[in-house]
Ligand binder design. Structure first.
Ligand SMILES: [Zn+2]
Length: 457
């Protein structure tokens, strides 16, 4: 008797196995046929363009960048590299300036390729796949989308080299803007207000005293077990214009544009990046109010002081959550009374009546020491943050009162790629991939076309 997983009455006619057509649809076959024919032709066309560049530069000795003298040709060797349509090659001369001990291969620099490596558009596409998917899955996608056979390790290598280029560029930009002599974008068109928010989470890091080396047999020794508690904080900062928030459906808001920054590091580093991005955008003029939305963490308010014209907002939901803690203790978890009590507080807070709320809380007579302590903590929290809880005003000015946009941005930057099951990151690996992810999410991927891949030992 057949094993039935679902207890359903059996139909009278036995089921027919789904039929697959003998062939794929004709158009699909035509597409694939043309691709097979044209790929070698593309390779040949590309090779002849490379040959032309090589021929044009063959007889010009470069000048030494250090002493300005013409350099001497040392040797010329055939070099090859990989592109989407196959393997390309060119005769590459090595030049040397003996007094300065400076060496270069101008043709490789001009082409932006590296011997034996994947280069050009294919390298950027592979890095793009790894920016959205884990390395093994990215390797599968490379085969399915690009017809390229590559190992997860191969994808990893390309991603590191382009990621390093992107990370160095973004580091350099924030160092540049940290110097008061730098020039930012023009600020004549600066908005009247900019919303700035920061969120963070921790990443599981690899614990490895030294790199693993391939043994004679060819396989890598296994990774050592992960120690508990090896985590690094990763922070995401978001910039947006309050005027660009739109209500897509009742109660649901989204933003037209937002700019993200991220870093694996401390509070100062993320604020340096936010500042650099604001200068790049020309978003802070003499009259711009910088609206800082925070969850109450002291480090955010401490750094917020760097903006002279600012408006600090305590995230509304964090404010309400604190009321919840006390209400559940007082009325019991999930009780209707707790619900009503918190709703009344939330409504008053939203109406800007934080002082009234504090006065009312001070009149409550808690019955146990535990309740008293919880109440005191709540009163203290509201009193300390009262200046950041003028929610009626923020709503009227269109600043918004929540940090939802920041939290969702952080999830998109970090959680979606970095916090999947069992993932552990090296410091450099995380930093490079974060830089690439930002290019993608900030719609700035084309920047990679203007960055040289970094050779990593
Ligand atoms: Zn020289």
């Amino acid at each position: 008797m057949a094993l039935h997983l679902l207890s359903r009455p059996e139909p009278e006619v036995p089921p027919a196995r789904p039929v697959l057509a003998d062939d794929a649809p004709r158009f699909l076959l035509l597409e694939r046929e043309v691709e097979v024919v044209y790929r070698p032709q593309m390779l040949a066309a590309l090779q002849s363009k490379v040959n032309a560049v090589a021929a044009a530069t063959r007889d010009t000795a470069p000048l030494c960048p250090q002493c300005g003298q013409p350099m001497r040709c040392q040797d010329t060797r055939e070099v090859s590299w990989w592109a989407r349509c196959g393997c390309l090659h060119a005769p590459v001369s090595r030049y040397r300036c003996p007094p300065c001990r400076y060496e270069c291969r101008p043709l490789l620099d001009l082409l932006g390729v590296e011997p034996g490596r994947i280069s050009g558009a294919l390298a950027r596409l592979l890095a793009l796949l790894a920016t959205v998917a884990p390395y093994p899955l990215a390797a599968r996608l490379a085969w399915l989308l690009l017809g390229v056979t590559i190992s997860p390790m191969g994808i990893w290598r390309v991603t590191q080299r382009l990621g390093e280029a992107a990370a160095r560029h973004s580091d350099a930009l924030s160092r540049y803007h940290a110097d008061s002599r730098s020039s930012g974008a023009p600020t004549q068109a600066a908005p009247s207000a900019v919303v700035l928010g920061v969120d963070g989470c921790s990443l599981g890091m690899q614990v490895r005293s030294q790199r693993r080396h391939r043994q004679a047999g060819g396989t890598l020794p296994p990774l050592p077990p992960i120690e508990e508690g090896r985590f690094r904080e990763v922070k995401t900062g978001v910039l947006l214009l309050p005027g660009e928030r739109v209500e897509t459906s009742p109660g649901r808001r989204s933003v037209v544009r937002r700019f993200l920054v991220t870093c694996l590091g401390d509070a100062d580093a993320i604020f340096a990046r936010l500042y650099a991005q604001l200068r790049e955008l020309g978003w802070v003029g003499a009259h711009t109010v910088v609206v800082i939305v925070g969850d109450g963490a002291e480090w955010i308010w401490n750094r917020a002081a760097m903006f002279v014209r600012r408006c600090e907002i305590l995230d509304f939901w964090h404010a309400v959550e604190h009321a919840w803690e006390f209400a559940q203790l007082r009325y019991g978890e999930g009780s209707a009374q707790a619900d009503r009590w918190v709703n009344a507080i939330a409504e008053d807070l939203r109406a800007g009546k934080v002082q009234e709320v504090i006065t009312r809380l001070k009149r409550v007579r808690p019955k146990t020491p535990e309740l008293r302590e919880s109440l005191q903590a709540l009163i203290r929290y509201y009193s300390e943050n009262a200046g950041r809880m003028r929610y009626d005003e923020y709503l009227r000015l269109g600043y918004g009162i929540g940090s939802g946009a920041v939290e969702s941005a952080h999830k998109q930057v970090v959680h979606a790629r970095f916090r999947q099951a069992g993932m552990r990151w090296s410091e450099a690996g995380a930093r490079r991939l974060l830089a690439l992810r930002l290019l993608l999410l900030n719609e700035n991927w084309a920047l990679l076309d203007r960055l040289r891949m970094v050779s990593l030992a």
